[in-house]
Design a protein around this ligand. Structure first.
Ligand code: JF8
Length: 274
């Protein structure tokens, strides 16, 4: 996979050279280039922003430096294909608080692509016409990390590249952890413990020391359900529980849920909590 990131703060993307992504890169699983948007300006002051039409606070990123950068990067993508079967358009990911929410499902989809380009905005964002124009050469995806406000796209790109990169075969050290992850799809993870078994008067749950793998699996499943009900009831509401076992349905019942038409629904008057 090829990744290009465009930013006015290329140093901000330095962590991508470290971590597991850095390793994947040196092993040739992933190609990454970070581009300074200012290198695509034409004026003496290397201007990337201007005042907003219609008024209002802050500045907006000018369209032309973006067009120069995105043309250059899409052109290099076509050249790299070098007459090979015409593939898919590269994906242009534009981090924005006004984007579709970036989820694990999206990370899995994007991990299948050949070429992702990330456009990091700053200030009040990028002139909207850039996104319209770029749709000629790219599949444009405005994406949000979540419902809170950052100062620019760089931190969002760090998170997205890590989430996508670790799904590329060979990038994660232990592929078993990916299998386990996809198993527990839609629920929070169970609590984990390590040595010592007794620490500051707190004991590791006895069942985890028992060596009884059936009981351990049941304990972990129960705690996944408890945590999810307590911390993320929105996830339980969306879950397809039609294939849940009697044991799992009993845990849901204890948590104040009944199973109706394959969905977990709150029983009236039942308190919630882990
Ligand atoms: C930005 C450019 C974001 N979840 C998120 N909150 N805020 C942002 C974000 C992204 C880009 C820019 N300000 C200027 C905020 C994402 N993704």
């Amino acid at each position: 996979m090829r990744l290009d990131v465009v930013s006015i703060f290329p140093e901000y993307l330095a962590p991508l050279d470290l971590s597991l992504i850095g390793k994947a890169r040196t092993e040739g699983l992933l190609e990454l280039a970070v581009h300074d948007l200012r290198s695509y300006t034409q004026d003496r002051h290397r201007t990337v922003d201007d005042t907003p039409y219609g008024g209002g606070a802050g500045m907006v990123m000018k369209p032309e430096p973006w067009a120069q950068a995105l043309e250059d990067i899409a052109g290099a993508s076509v050249a790299a294909a070098d007459g090979a079967a015409p593939g898919r358009k590269p994906i242009l990911i534009v981090p924005s608080p006004a984007g579709e929410v970036f989820t694990q499902r999206l990370a899995r989809e994007l991990a299948e692509e050949d070429h992702l380009v990330f456009a990091c905005g700053r200030y009040e964002g990028i002139d909207e016409r850039v996104l319209e124009w770029a749709a000629g050469q790219y599949t444009v995806r405005p994406l949000s990390l979540g419902d809170y406000v950052l100062n620019g796209g760089e931190v969002a790109v760090l998170a997205m590249v890590e989430a996508i990169g670790r799904l590329i075969p060979g990038v994660v050290g232990n592929p078993e952890s990916l299998v386990e992850e996809s198993h527990s799809d839609g629920l929070l993870e169970y609590p984990v413990y390590t040595k010592p078994s007794s620490w500051r008067d707190r004991e590791v749950p006895e069942v985890l020391l028992s060596g009884n793998h059936g009981k351990i699996a049941k304990f972990r499943r129960e705690h996944q359900l408890r945590r999810t009900a307590a911390r993320r009831p929105d996830l339980l509401d969306k879950l397809d529980v039609s294939n849940f076992s009697k044991t799992e349905r009993n845990v849901l019942w204890d948590l104040g849920y009944a199973v109706v038409d394959g969905r977990a629904v709150r029983r009236p008057g039942e308190p919630s909590g882990e």
